[in-house]
Unconditional design. Structure first.
Length: 246
């Protein structure tokens, strides 16, 4: 694989050897040389082909796994997950997060449908023409206070989702029970002001600040499982993350 990817190591470069490997494989993923689902040679073979030590190669592969570009599977080896995913995320649902800290989340299902996916949903979930999805909108409250308005589209070839289940369980809990092993997500966080639809549901004035989150989650087989758009009351919710120096 090293020769196929035209990976070369410059031992006179100030760039660490493991990072040169990271850069080479990352470039191959982004330019399409390594497509999603491609299998890589094992670390011993790659190290031998590049005349590197096994610890150096393992460090490079660990870096690519942490970046969300590769995934290790027992009995399969190391595979490219998806070229557009840039970082590994700890995936959880709002319902699970609230329940784990002792809050009492409740869910009102505002709409629920099982229907043919439109073009934008097929693109987001990488579905063929004619595929169907579950589409639903939920209002999540905590201790009786509105917190989030959540709209999601979920592929229907994994497990059955019902309106009654969504009232009492988190969406990710339902999908995990159906056999989904979430691995990665592409997530974007932003801000908007509440419109005339969102404001009364969230019990906030029109024009009040809302936090937005758009997410598409991927399982360990590379399937796009669900995509969604959520808005949160900015006075009640924030996202916290830890940044590290590389």
């Amino acid at each position: 694989m090293a020769s196929q990817l035209n990976l070369s190591i410059d031992r006179s470069s100030p760039v660490p050897l493991y990072h040169q490997v990271v850069q080479g494989i990352e470039a191959a993923i982004h330019n399409g040389t390594l497509a999603p689902g491609s299998r890589l040679d094992n670390e011993i073979d790659l190290a031998a082909k590049l005349n590197l030590s096994r610890p150096t190669m393992r460090k490079a592969m660990d870096e690519l796994v942490r970046a969300g570009l590769l995934v290790r599977k027992r009995g399969v080896g190391t595979q490219v997950v998806a070229s557009q995913v840039r970082r590994s995320l700890e995936l959880s649902s709002l319902f699970d997060d609230l329940a784990s800290r002792g809050s009492k989340p409740t869910t009102e299902v505002l709409s629920f449908a099982h229907r043919e996916a439109d073009a934008s949903t097929r693109e987001a979930l990488n579905l063929p023409a004619g595929a169907s999805v579950y589409h639903f909108v939920r209002l999540r409250k905590v201790d009786g206070k509105p917190l989030a308005l959540m709209e999601n589209w979920v592929r229907d070839d994994i497990t059955e989702i019902t309106e009654s289940a969504l009232r009492t369980r988190g969406m990710y809990d339902i999908l995990r029970s159906g056999g989904v092993n979430f691995r990665l997500a592409n997530q974007r966080i932003g801000a908007v002001v509440a419109n005339e639809y969102q404001a009364p549901l969230l019990e906030t004035p029109v024009g009040a600040a809302l936090v937005t989150m758009e997410r598409t989650a991927v399982d360990d087989t590379g399937r796009m499982v669900e995509t969604g758009h959520h808005v949160y009351r900015a006075d009640s919710y924030s996202f916290e993350m830890t940044l590290v120096q590389r």
